[in-house]
Design a protein around this ligand. Structure first.
Ligand SMILES: NC(=O)c1ccc[n+]([C@@H]2O[C@H](COP(=O)([O-])OP(=O)(O)OC[C@H]3O[C@@H](n4cnc5c(N)ncnc54)[C@H](OP(=O)(O)O)[C@@H]3O)[C@@H](O)[C@H]2O)c1
Length: 307
């Protein structure tokens, strides 16, 4: 008899990173699935939640970060793992909710937590620096909470922190995507910015759960970037792959967005200039050869892939 599947709670399941993790786990060709996936959503009848519910081995549960204990009560047993994604619009709330999920998971008996945070300037700085960006600082504080609870927990909860840089998926042909590129261009057309595909975050999160006991993932933090490119590089590659111009809007819109959403966007784009991400992209690709660069992501995954 195979051992019973481990209960894995995936937050952000209908979103980019949680969705990518679930796709990566479902693609594993294993004789028996090691995990029973509990996909969290606030809206069970939604189309994306229903699509998840149709997958084998996925149980969709309804809940909210505001009431974390209620999430774990729905499992009918101990959780084995938690994939934690947090919402950054209000950093104080993000910290409260992220810590709340961790507390509730530990009290329910979780054994391994994968928390997806953000890169903060290379391994050492990321370990020690909250930064001036509110939603980077909240993630730093959630990491500290996980480490403290890990030490204090009778079950010796283990953890993996994933620290992704900016997502390729921020590029899109809509108001946000065009505004994002306008904000990015204001930092200098030749200034590189490290970026990553959320599919790769999901693949590495899946690996972290599948090998939670290994030296590679047990109580380790991993910064994630698949490419490093400037707005000029991005525009050139975009044209080569799609035959179109990279969509962006007027600089004044970029300036306005950075000013209006200073806490969420302005301070972060300022930090890209004063401090910046610090991933060793080449070394990381040696470790994870599948990691996509911008050209691959554009051609194989993006909304423009068929163009
Ligand atoms: N964009 C970037 O470049 C970048 C880079 C590094 C890190 N990050 C970080 O990535 C995180 C966002 O991850 P993502 O982009 O994968 O998310 P996303 O695609 O925006 O999806 C958000 C997910 O969170 C769920 N959710 C939202 N509020 C919730 C609540 N109150 N209770 C329970 N679930 C809730 C949503 O589920 P339902 O709607 O189904 O309830 C959805 O599944 C942020 O913390 C951000 O700072 C972003």
């Amino acid at each position: 008899m195979p051992p019973p599947a481990r209960k894995l709670v995936v937050t952000g399941a209908t979103g980019k990173q949680g969705g990518a993790l679930i796709r990566a786990l479902l693609a594993q060709q294993q004789p028996t699935q090691p995990f029973a996936i509990y996909a969290l959503t606030r809206d069970k009848p939604s189309r994306s939640a229903q699509a998840l519910a149709a997958e084998p081995n996925v149980h969709v549960i309804q809940g909210d970060f505001a009431d974390p204990e209620a999430v774990f009560r729905q499992l009918g047993g101990k959780p084995w793992g938690l994939f934690s994604v947090t919402m950054p619009m209000d950093a104080r709330r993000e910290e409260r909710e992220g810590k709340g999920m961790v507390r509730a998971a530990c009290e329910a008996g979780v054994e391994h937590i994968v928390f997806t945070a953000t890169e903060r300037g290379g391994q050492t700085k990321s370990d020690t620096t909250p930064t001036s960006v509110p939603h980077f600082r909240s993630k730093y504080n959630i990491e500290r909470e996980i480490q403290a609870r890990s030490k204090a927990s009778p079950q010796q909860v283990t953890w993996t922190f994933l620290r992704p840089v900016a997502f390729f998926e921020n590029l899109s042909d809509n108001f946000f995507g065009r505004g994002y590129v306008a904000m990015w261009r204001l930092n200098g057309l030749d200034r590189p910015l490290q970026q990553v595909s959320t599919t790769d975050i999901g693949l590495i999160a899946a690996d972290a759960f599948l090998h939670a006991d290994s030296e590679e993932y047990r109580n380790k933090a991993i910064s994630l970037a698949g490419d490093e490119l400037s707005p000029n590089d991005a525009a050139r590659i975009f044209k080569e792959v799609t035959g179109q111009e990279l969509p962006y809007t007027y600089p004044v819109v970029g300036r306005l967005l950075r000013w209006v959403a200073k806490e969420q966007l302005g301070l972060m784009f300022d930090w890209f200039v004063t401090d910046d991400f610090g991933v060793d992209v080449k070394a990381l690709r040696k470790r994870y050869p599948f990691m996509q660069d911008f050209r691959t992501w554009l051609a194989e995954e993006s909304a423009w892939k068929k163009a």
